[in-house]
Write a protein that binds this ligand. Structure first.
Ligand SMILES: *Cc1c(COP(=O)(O)O)cnc(C)c1O
Length: 405
């Protein structure tokens, strides 16, 4: 073999030279001078928190996804909490969601006193399986909380049809899927409510932040009340004109979930680069998928023809019977090559809190649990260089070839 071929070197974990000298994270933000200037301008202005930048950021996001309303929150988790509140979930209600997600998707139902019920995923995409949802619908079911895993939209037509038949609200957790498309339509304009996150590893960032988009004016009103102590901002404006100017009324039990103007200014600036970010992520993902098609035992996620993924993360699954070692050894060997690989996700029902509270023991969701055993998330973010991308392919080739049976 060619001496300069990195895949012919001994593994770093066995004392060889790592594929790269500097650690490559699995996800990372990109902040440019324009972002910094936008933030500084707001810092020097009269408004630090709720001011004109909030409305402007909401308008930018609503226009981008093609929704009538967008309501900003100070995290994706707060956005989920707002959405389940707007859908009127409460004690005795059930919301059906997927085990293959970040725990916040299921936790938001618990915040309201409702119960999350899990439905297993499809083996090809690891998105929630519509048939499995249907089997879990009861008199108590009030909402479906699907997740666009890795940025691949769920089967929205079937889920919405099912929701319609049973009178359920669909709250799509699109934390991975800003800019994704389903049958030519943008995610954020399709479900009853769609939530996004602007955490630094996502497609754009506001440091912390989130958004709910919807076409329903009543949901939008409830979302706005909920994020600011249960006070309706429109009612407050109206009564300020007619009644006592200091007057405000708390109508529901809300929180302080407001996203500051400073963060919104960053979001507005970041949104200008969303299309470019998506294009770059799609390019890297397609290079990976091309390279890994040649690698025995490495299986990328399926991409269905009717969607365009936003590629938040790039998970691979290992066909473990083709290797001499398990997932953990391969994971550790990739880390030693200086790829900060990760795993998305530990199935939610297997976390100690869910085990203790609901008695899960493992074995309830075999497809999710089996996928979890074989998953590794590779580095993927829009500011990756061509060399970063080559290093990922080289390290995965080197490690999987070394451990191939
Ligand atoms: C990131 C993420 C969230 C939570 O968003 P935060 O902004 O970190 O609160 C929720 N669900 C999924 C699937 C996520 O990836």
């Amino acid at each position: 073999m060619n001496q300069s071929d990195p895949t012919s070197e001994p593994l770093a974990i066995l004392g060889g030279t790592p594929v790269r000298a500097k650690a490559l994270p699995y996800g990372r933000q990109q902040i440019n001078d324009e972002d910094v200037d936008a933030v500084v301008q707001v810092l020097r202005s009269d408004w630090l928190t709720t001011g004109p930048k909030v409305d402007e950021f909401e308008e930018v996001v609503a226009a981008q996804v093609g929704a009538k309303y967008a309501v900003a929150f100070n995290s994706g988790t707060a956005a989920l909490h707002g959405a389940v509140f707007a859908a009127d979930l409460g004690p005795g209600d059930e919301a059906i969601t997927t085990p293959i997600t970040f725990c916040a998707t299921a936790n938001c139902a618990l915040y309201t006193g409702a119960t999350p019920v899990f439905a297993d995923v499809c083996p090809e995409t690891l998105n929630i399986d519509v048939q499995q949802i249907e089997e879990r619908i009861t008199q108590r079911t009030k909402a479906i909380l699907p997740v666009d895993y890795a940025g691949h939209p769920v089967n929205l037509d079937s889920i919405l049809a099912l929701a319609e038949r049973h009178g359920l609200v669909v709250i799509e957790d699109a934390a991975h899927a800003l800019g994704a498309e389903y049958k030519g339509r943008k995610v954020g304009s399709i479900s009853h409510m769609t939530t996004f996150s602007f955490h630094p590893v996502k497609h754009i960032t506001t440091c912390e932040g989130g958004m709910v988009t919807t076409d329903n004016p009543d949901f939008a009103r409830r979302l706005k009340m909920f994020r600011s102590h249960g006070v309706d901002p429109e009612a407050r404006r109206r009564s300020a004109e007619t009644a006592d100017p200091w007057f405000y009324e708390m109508e529901v039990l809300g929180f302080n979930y407001r996203l500051p103007d400073v963060a919104c200014a960053l979001g507005i600036s970041q949104m200008k680069r969303l299309e470019g970010n998506l294009a770059r992520r799609r390019e890297i993902a397609s290079h990976y998928s091309e390279a890994f098609a040649q690698l025995p035992g490495v299986v990328p996620l399926a991409e269905l023809p009717e969607i365009k993924s936003a590629w938040h993360i790039y998970p691979i699954r290992l066909e473990l019977d083709k290797f001499t070692v398990g997932r953990k050894a391969i994971f550790e060997a990739l880390r030693a090559e200086n790829l900060q690989v990760n795993v998305h996700y530990i199935p939610v029902h297997l976390h100690p809190y869910y085990r203790k509270r609901f008695g899960y023991e493992g074995g309830e969701y075999p497809i999710s649990e089996g996928a979890y055993e074989s998953l590794i998330t590779l580095p993927l973010f829009h500011s990756m260089t061509d060399q970063d991308e080559k290093d990922v392919v080289a390290a995965v080739s080197k490690v999987t070839q070394h451990y191939a049976k």
